[in-house]
Write a protein that binds this ligand. Structure first.
Ligand code: GUN
Length: 284
């Protein structure tokens, strides 16, 4: 078997085209241009690349974006005041605080300051809790993107065995809740899981977000499984690598996402979708 490749760039292109149309409709019907503000504290080089990618993607679909760069030494109080100012601004529809923050900040306190109506990352406790009861305003972008990829590829979720490797707040845990909401049977594995393969081999859908290059080999994958690789690792030459041994696993899976060009483009795309949704909600 050679797996079908789930091309995140293709799917993202379709969703971005739909998003551009929504932006145009909003301008025509309400005179509103969706506006995302990204707050970057300090000079983390990886974060700078991420925020530049977000700004470029916004521009492509007609979303206005503003980068607020704050000094690495900014106090917790000053950061919170800045977020409160953006919460009050009628011209701002989405607020994103790029993580990680310098260690003197309490990340949960910062995220809790963002208005739940502008929380386009879906990281506020209200939106996290909303996932549990199926009443979230915004879903976190990476798991939301994975869901959209599966739906786009017509891969059914209900009643399937889904194994998630990685239990982070940003990917693994919300992914598990979204899968439960769609009536999948979910196993969540993490760094302390003993005999990882006994869980991965059961999966009809295997989602890997562990941050460990080539953690998943062919012998850990059920024949015909759908394999979604959320990992983004750099090898010593600087080349991007996923958590799945792509060349080995593609001979066993029915479909698989590549790295790069799989889940990555979907994450940024879902941020655009959430930002337009935020503007639509505020304009309604
Ligand atoms: N840092 C790494 N990924 C993310 C993300 O999705 N959102 C934010 N705010 N920070 C991040």
């Amino acid at each position: 078997m050679s797996a079908r490749i789930l091309d995140g760039r293709d799917i993202a292109r379709d969703i971005r085209a739909e998003t551009s149309l929504r932006v145009a409709d909003l301008a025509a019907s309400a005179g509103v241009v969706p506006h995302l503000v990204v707050i970057l504290v300090g000079e983390n080089p990886a974060s700078r690349v991420y925020v530049e990618n977000k700004a470029r993607a916004c521009a492509q679909v007609g979303i206005k974006s503003t980068l607020v760069r704050l000094d690495v030494g900014i106090s917790a109080q000053e950061l919170i005041c800045e977020i409160e100012r953006l919460n009050r601004s009628p011209d701002v529809h989405g607020i994103l605080v790029q993580l990680p923050l310098p260690p003197h900040h309490d990340i949960q306190a910062v995220l809790r300051t963002i208005s739940i109506h502008k929380d386009v990352d879906g990281f506020h406790l209200y939106n996290v809790g909303g996932l549990v009861v199926g009443k979230t305003i915004f879903s976190p972008c990476t798991p939301y993107g994975v869901m959209r990829m599966l739906d786009h590829a017509a891969i059914p979720v209900e009643g399937r065995n889904v194994t998630i490797v990685g239990a982070s707040n940003i990917v693994g845990k919300p992914m598990a809740l979204m899968m439960m909401a769609r009536e999948a049977t979910v196993s969540v594995c993490h760094a302390k899981t003993r005999d990882l393969a006994q869980y991965t081999i059961l999966a009809d859908i295997l989602i890997v977000a562990a941050g460990v290059p080539k953690l998943i080999g062919a012998q850990m994958v059920r024949t015909g499984a759908a394999v979604i690789d959320v990992g983004i690792n750099r090898d010593p030459q600087g080349k991007l690598q996923g958590d799945v041994d792509f060349d080995a696993v593609r001979t066993k899976a029915s479909c698989i996402t590549p790295v790069p060009g799989g889940v990555g483009p979907m994450t940024v795309t879902m941020l655009l979708v959430n930002t337009v949704s935020a503007a639509e909600r505020i304009a309604a």
